[in-house]
Unconditional design. Structure first.
Length: 213
């Protein structure tokens, strides 16, 4: 079972794909998480990645493709995986096919821009374990500012600021949204209403995923 999650920044792809990962017992592969981990290290690669992410721009295809190729070759992906944040362009989707990867379903989390800005304003992450929370949604931490999972201090990501979100949305609509047409033609795309509360939207996600089992 191989799935792709699509959706604009802040649509809830990471939260939904993470929950589906736990339910199905297959890993979620988030290029965003991999890149943010690399950014914590020193060296030329971190500086190169930072020059793109700080401006809300996409990391070049060749770099991202190499990251994905290495990750899906690991043992925990034998029974399937969920891609979150890849592919982001048609060129990346074509590269995925050239790797011989068969995708069962592409699940789009469709959310309005107003909802995205509202969610981004309340989103916070744990720099220690990577857990994501939102003070304005169902995913609130039990204790304000403290990670439920590891007890670390929650922080707001620099790329969640309004000006950066605006640029990320522009890039998404310009480049990534073309993927909808690409996967619609292959009859793999299913759109989920992400404006719903998390539990309701997740029920829809599970229904799509279980239809492939």
């Amino acid at each position: 079972m191989n799935f792709i999650f699509l959706g604009a920044p802040g649509a809830g792809k990471g939260t939904q794909s993470g929950a589906l990962s736990e339910k199905l017992g297959i890993p979620t592969i988030s290029t965003g998480d991999i890149i943010r981990s690399a950014l914590k290290e020193s060296g030329n690669m971190a500086e190169k990645l930072k020059s793109y992410t700080d401006k809300g721009l996409l990391v070049p295809d060749d770099v991202v493709i190499d990251i994905i190729k290495g990750r899906i070759s690991e043992d925990d992906c034998v029974d399937g995986f969920i891609l979150d944040g890849f592919p982001r362009t048609v060129a990346q989707a074509e590269a995925l096919e050239k790797m011989g990867v068969v995708i069962d379903k592409v699940i789009e989390i469709d959310v309005s821009e107003n909802t995205i800005y509202r969610r981004m304003s309340g989103r916070c992450v744990c720099p220690g374990c990577g857990a994501v929370f939102n003070s304005l949604a169902e995913m609130k931490p039990k204790k304000c500012g403290v990670c439920d999972r590891c007890g670390g201090r929650l922080m707001r990501r620099s790329d969640d600021k309004n000006e950066t979100v605006r640029e990320r949305l522009r890039v998404y609509y310009e480049q990534t949204s073309c993927l909808k047409g690409y996967y619609e033609k292959k009859e793999k795309l299913v759109s989920i209403d992400g404006n719903k509360p998390f539990s309701e939207a997740f029920a829809d996600v599970v229904a799509v995923a279980m239809s492939r089992i």
